[in-house]
Design a protein around this ligand. Structure first.
Ligand code: B16
Ligand code: MG
Length: 212
């Protein structure tokens, strides 16, 4: 990939394992409402914005709640999620992720984050990555979440590179679709199966150093 100058990383599920906290927070909310929630439903929420995730969790019960109630439910989920985040420290950044990021930086790539999360800045600060990336595009800066390419296009424009010269690293189907819609190369990180939409599938983040 010698025409690639920039790497745009998804956050949740790629740089950090906050996906497990999303799961616990949605599960607590769903349980309190008497709604079913399992890993399969959780999988549909990866990369999807908070309000869109709530709609998926409510499912056929969505019409039972007013917009005001939905806003309150999403805020309640976020409070539970943030209570997990508050315990996160730089020690929660895995050695593999840290060394992969530093190796890629040493090789001269521009590095950015493209995340749907409105908690991105807090998460990066707590992991000790507050100042690390050359650009951070997140859920507070966009109007359309993945699979729309807006967040990745914003990250690329903040870096000053064209989508054709950047690669997106994603764990979610919605994120891979967003990358392809924006004309980026997409690398999917999957533990099981292959994502047919991504250009390359890798098992671990460290495998990036064998490709880039
Ligand atoms: P928040 P990513 C996404 O982050 C998560 O995968 C998704 O589960 C979550 O609903 C979304 O952020 C919004 O997060 O509630 O913190 O704003 O994978 O795009 O980094
Ligand atoms: Mg993700």
């Amino acid at each position: 990939m010698n025409d690639i100058y920039a790497i745009i990383f998804d956050l949740d599920g790629v740089i950090c394992t906050t996906d497990k906290y999303h799961y616990l927070a949605w599960k607590a909310l769903a349980d309190s409402l008497g709604l079913p929630f399992d890993e399969k439903v959780n999988g549909l929420l990866r990369g999807v914005s908070r309000m869109e995730s709530l709609e998926i969790v409510l499912g056929e019960h969505s019409a039972d709640y007013s917009q005001e109630q939905k806003t309150a439910l999403a805020a309640r989920k976020n409070e539970i999620y943030k209570s997990y985040l508050s315990a996160m420290t730089p020690g929660d950044l895995s050695k593999e992720v840290r060394s992969t990021l530093y190796t890629l930086r040493q090789r001269g790539y521009l590095l950015a984050i493209g995340s749907s999360s409105k908690n991105t800045r807090q998460i990066l600060r707590q992991l000790g990555l507050g100042e690390f990336f050359d650009a951070v595009a997140d859920g507070t800066m966009i109007t359309r979440s993945k699979p729309d390419p807006e967040v990745f296009l914003l990250a690329a424009s903040m870096l000053g590179v064209r989508p054709e010269n950047a690669v997106v690293i994603e764990d979610a189907e919605s994120g891979v679709r967003a990358a392809k819609a924006g004309r980026f190369r997409a690398i999917g990180i999957r533990t099981e199966g292959n994502d047919p939409n991504s250009d390359i599938t890798i098992r671990h983040l460290k495998n990036l150093t064998e490709i880039l």
